[in-house]
Write a protein that binds this ligand. Structure first.
Ligand code: WTA
Length: 651
């Protein structure tokens, strides 16, 4: 179907650093001559001691190890700042667009950002931070967020960023899990003209039981809102910065020292602290930013994610800054004050590459093309997508309406665990198919396996696994190395299990079909069904809850909760609203259930396991006996009839 193939545009073919032949050759070499290839790639970083060894990794239980560049030493903040000063000290590092379009944007050159980072690193040291300490960052999208990350990196402290939309309970859980000693926050955040009470949330979190490791809270004055400050514990950022020296030698770190941890949802249990390394991660973020987006000095790069997610870590901060880029950071929402806001920002800052999520595109697409047409977008050369499968309709809209058929769409498949893009196009090398993330990046030995782990060659569909380590791979789950091994390396022994399904077509293109486990992807944000279930059962009216994903036009997936009430509780609108509020307060607005169905019982096997397959079908509105399949193994098959009846009653 040639209609469905979008060849590399002529201007990209002529100017791109990597063409088709180079991509293919690179890929082959990265697997066949891996050590030489990776030691060569490692030279894109500045090392105190250059590594002489590349991967020393094995996914097998007997000698399970993930280790890269182990004899190399470096500092990530030096790579993102100091080494650029001589050549582009006065180039803009961070371009900041405020929530309110009438406010003036801010700019920080590499020299200014370097000075800020050194000052803040000294502030952190003054507050007692030492190499290896965990520091929780709970900030809005302001330049101080990048400053805080890099200042931690400078002194060898491990940052743990918590998305500003998480509740005090969720924040406390993430502080307790890693025993962090310092929290960096702001008085308030701003999003779409509304205030987010960040400092108040921190106060609530730190007052909760068991949340006692934190001795200092550093508070950025972002809105000037009044917030109580606790004597001896809380410190104003600006006051401390005014006293701090801008001279802070960087701590020399081993390549394998953790750079950060970032909590993400899995199939089961509490969110896990994904640990990333200093050397391998930074190399992966920087290399993939270069390969997927062919960044050139002077281009304005905009990754419209939040630093609270891995996309913000890798493609707002570490990747672009390691590459000396101008990275735009936007405080607000894509559709405020108007549905043209994104495109207005593109024009205002002459953005060259925009990297955003399908959910944003679907939401804007729905509002009609006029909001796009009123802007120029002439500066755009490249468009990126990340976070969830992009449906071909949204892809075509992005390509045709936003990019006026001029800009390749770089659909990058990856995960918090992978550190950076794993399957993605390169603008000068890859003919595109709408909805396909195309081919694996160098060093990524992607495979599709069936349920028994047997490889599927050529065309076919199954589980996406990665057969060998790559530099950006997570190194462990914080404090739980066994959980790391169990979660990712036991389903298909010897391989990294992604949790995603994929199809390979006759031309070798990969199509990600979505999660095959109990993780749901709501507007590109990962949510574990178990997390929402545990929040629901904490409510006094709830006896039991089962949560599944349901198709959602804008969000990709919505949250569908089946709730069984305690005896005497009355199902109804009021309780439904109360439960929705409850989950928002327990986890945060991103976990808001879209549907709550009260159920007298849940479909369980005789051994007590909930049959989610059935619940997913009912949530999708598929209630025919054929769709529901065999229910004879259920302890009480009549439960299903009840569920179907009440589903039909409110459908
Ligand atoms: C999904 C975000 C299809 C996938 C970087 C993955 C995608 C999960 C894509 C990771 C894409 C991300 N196409 N699916 N381009 N990008 N996903 O950890 O299910 O927040 O496993 O990392 O998002 O989400 P996470």
């Amino acid at each position: 179907m040639s209609d469905d193939l979008f060849p590399v545009p002529a201007d990209w073919a002529a100017s791109a650093r990597i063409d088709k032949a180079a991509r293919a050759a690179d890929y082959q070499r990265s697997l066949e001559d891996a050590d030489a290839y990776w030691l060569e790639q490692a030279r894109r970083l500045d090392w105190n001691t250059p590594p002489t060894r590349a991967s020393e990794s094995s996914f097998d239980e007997a000698d399970f190890t993930i280790r890269w560049f182990a004899d190399g030493t470096l500092n990530a903040s030096v790579n993102c700042l100091d080494r650029h000063l001589a050549e582009r000290g006065d180039a803009v590092a961070i371009l900041w667009e405020p929530d309110d379009p009438d406010e003036t944007p801010r700019q920080l050159t590499y020299r200014q950002l370097h000075a800020e980072v050194c000052r803040f690193a000294n502030v952190l040291k003054g507050a007692g931070a030492r190499r290896g300490d965990r520091i929780t960052i709970y900030l809005p999208m302001i330049p101080e967020a990048a400053v805080a990350l890099l200042a931690c990196a400078r002194i060898g402290a491990i940052h743990s960023v918590v998305f500003g939309g998480f509740s005090p309970e969720a924040l406390a859980g993430r502080i307790i899990d890693c025993d962090s000693t310092i929290v960096v926050t702001a008085d308030e955040g701003r999003r779409g003209g509304r205030r987010v009470p960040l400092k108040a949330n921190v106060d609530t979190a730190l007052a909760l039981d068991h949340c006692s490791s934190v001795h200092h809270v550093l508070v950025v004055r972002a809105t000037g809102g009044t917030v109580p400050m606790q004597n001896g514990r809380d410190i104003w950022y600006d006051e401390a910065m005014a006293q701090a020296s801008a001279d802070c030698p960087a701590e020399i770190m081993n390549a394998e020292d953790p750079l950060f941890l970032l909590y993400t949802s899995g199939s089961t249990g509490k969110p896990k602290g994904v640990v990333h390394s200093t050397g391998g991660y930074l190399l992966w973020a920087s290399l993939t930013h270069q390969l997927c987006f062919d960044y050139r000095p002077g281009d304005v790069w905009w990754c419209a994610a939040d630093v609270g997610w891995v996309t913000g870590h890798s493609y707002i901060v570490y990747g672009p800054l390691a590459n000396g880029a101008t990275t735009l950071m936007y405080e607000g929402l894509p559709n405020w004050p108007t549905h043209s806001r994104i495109w207005e920002i593109v024009d205002r800052h002459q953005v060259h590459t925009l990297f955003t999520a399908p959910t944003v595109l679907r939401a804007l697409m729905k509002e009609g093309d006029a909001f796009v047409h009123v802007t120029s977008r002439a500066s755009l050369r490249l468009l990126g997508s990340v976070g969830e499968p992009i449906n071909p309709e949204a892809w075509r809209w992005y390509h045709h309406v936003v990019g006026e058929d001029r800009c390749p769409i770089i659909d990058t498949w990856w995960q918090t665990e992978t550190g950076g893009a794993m399957i993605a196009p390169m603008p000068g090398a890859t003919d595109l198919k709408p909805g396909s993330a195309t081919f694996p990046m160098p060093g990524v030995e992607a495979m599709i396996v069936d349920g028994e782990g047997r490889p599927i060659e050529g065309e076919g569909e199954g589980n996406l696994v990665i057969a060998r380590s790559w530099p950006g791979q997570m190194r462990t789950v914080w404090n739980d190395h066994d959980r790391f091994f169990q979660t990712y390396f036991t389903t298909f022994p010897g391989k990294y299990t992604t949790g995603d399904g994929a199809r390979r077509d006759a031309d070798g293109y990969y199509w990600i079909t979505g999660r095959v486990d109990d993780v749901i992807n709501v507007s590109g944000h990962r949510m574990g069904t178990a997390e929402v279930e545990s929040a629901l059962v904490l409510h006094s009216a709830v006896a039991e809850a089962a949560v599944v994903g349901m198709p959602h036009e804008i969000k990709g997936q919505g949250i569908y909760a089946y709730v069984t009430l305690n005896a005497g509780e009355v199902p109804g609108e009021e309780l439904r609203r109360a439960l929705i509020q409850w989950v928002r307060a327990e986890i945060g607005p991103i976990a808001t259930p879209d549907v709550i169905q009260f159920a007298p019982g849940l479909p369980k096997t005789r051994s007590g396991k909930i049959m989610r397959r059935i619940l997913r079908k009912i949530a999708e509105g598929e209630v025919s006996p054929q769709a529901l399949g065999d229910t004879s193994t259920l302890a009480d098959p009549s439960v299903v009839d009840d569920l179907v009846r009440s589903r039909l009653a409110f459908a």
